[in-house]
Design a protein around this ligand. Structure first.
Ligand SMILES: O=C(O)CCC(=O)C(=O)O
Length: 403
């Protein structure tokens, strides 16, 4: 959810076709974003200002080599990898907990993301989740899938976007006993008890990882006393996503190969735990210096933990919320499932006094999460490069105070 992002895809949008159901300016914006995602628009640095035409070839080659070297360096560097094996919620204070905690804070402070090796979800359970998603959930008729509705923006079924081969369904309160039965009861006449039970166990285990990570951050920042209050203000959403296979040459349009993915975005919630279900890579995270680092799971027990805007605001910028995207262009369908921790609408996101001082003044004005979410769904919010800064960054806060 709550990754207020528009799915992208494609040569279609990049070549000018406007997805139905979107306003023209928003569609143009999307095209721009898509073109940039697909490398069709030159980035901010104006590489096109060549010094002299006769040096063009050498200059372009040098530029390509420089860029290739930067990409290779980012790929080599990879994302931090943290092993949670043997570390559970009951281990708070143990040396192994503290060692993992240090790495978690370091990773979320610099990248806002890391690969977690977490063996509490067995590869068998993970395999069943893939099987159920690919063979039972996504093949359901559209009439069934659209019953997955929500009163929150981006909280239910997403799909049927012209030219974008992407679909997604979400279980609200998945780690609670009522979440999966409510979802399954709407989609299958018999409530699919097997799906229900597995989705519940899976999200409960991921919820435990989410809670550990959040606790470690609060401990590192010396504000553990807020953990319970923060946990009470959060709910969980489990989102299944399917990125259609791009197919072979037959689907090429005007010589351009179709691509599928999710354009670069920051999540707005607290944390997201991404599980790439099949072996189709595509998730990439901005290194902070303009390079995209591929998030390739290194084991069948790997997950990517990604911090969202809310955690960034609450920690007064100690936690980074990274730009990330999904870049899929191959012949295989990609399946992923993500557990998001989402603040309740009425939760007020405000950095604790302990995290604010003269040297580190508050970066964002306090905001009610539901209001922020609604802003993100407006055209202004969609356009904003950084939604959090646009909504409640210090400049925005100063303007609001003056008005
Ligand atoms: O499917 C994925 O791997 C990640 C999708 C994503 O970035 C999101 O839903 O926010």
């Amino acid at each position: 959810m709550i990754t207020l992002v528009v799915l992208c895809f494609v040569s279609r949008a990049a070549s000018g076709a406007v997805p139905r159901g979107l306003s023209l300016s928003f569609a143009l914006l999307m095209q721009q974003a898509l073109k940039s995602l697909l490398g069709l628009v030159t980035p901010a640095i104006d590489f096109d200002r060549e010094p002299c035409l006769c040096f063009r070839v050498g200059w372009a080659e040098k530029r390509e080599r420089r860029m290739a070297a930067a990409v290779a360096a980012a790929q080599e560097r990879g994302l931090p990898k943290i092993d949670f094996t043997g570390v559970g919620q009951a281990d708070t204070g143990s040396p192994s907990w503290e060692a993992v905690r240090e790495q978690v804070m370091q990773a979320l402070g610099s990248y806002g993301c890391f690969e977690a090796v977490y063996d509490r979800v067995t590869p068998q359970l993970r395999g069943s989740i893939l099987e159920m998603a690919a063979e039972e959930l996504f093949p359901l008729p559209l009439e069934a899938k659209i019953k997955n509705t929500s009163d929150k923006p981006f909280g239910g079924y997403l799909g049927q976007i012209s030219g974008f081969d992407y679909e997604s369904l979400a279980i609200t309160d998945a780690p609670l006993p009522h979440g999966a039965p409510r979802f399954c009861g709407l989609l299958w006449p018999d409530g699919n008890p097997d799906f229900c039970e597995k989705a519940y166990t899976f999200s409960k285990k991921l919820g435990e990882l989410e809670e550990m990570v959040r606790r470690m951050v609060l401990e590192s920042l010396g504000v553990t006393e807020y953990h319970e209050e923060q946990s009470a203000s959060i709910w969980y959403l489990l989102r299944f996503s399917k990125y259609g296979a791009v197919g072979d040459g037959e689907q090429e349009e005007e010589g351009e190969r179709k691509k599928a993915g999710y354009m670069a975005h920051r999540d707005v919630n607290t944390l997201g735990i991404v599980c790439q279900l099949n072996g189709v890579d595509g998730l990439e995270v901005d290194s902070g210096d303009g390079q995209w680092i591929p998030a390739k799971p290194s084991s069948p027990t790997s997950y990517f933990v990604i911090a969202g805007d809310t955690f960034r605001a609450w920690s007064n910028g100690r936690v980074t919320a990274p730009l990330h995207r999904v870049n899929v262009g191959g012949e295989d369908t990609r399946y992923s499932v993500i557990l998001f921790s989402v603040p309740k609408d009425e939760a007020v996101i405000q950095a604790p006094a302990e995290l604010v001082d003269e040297r580190r003044p508050t970066l964002f004005r306090p905001f009610a999460f539901g209001e922020f979410l609604r802003f993100c769904a407006t055209e202004e919010g969609m356009k904003a490069e950084c939604k959090l800064s646009a909504y409640c960054g210090r400049a925005a806060a100063a303007e609001a105070a003056e008005a």
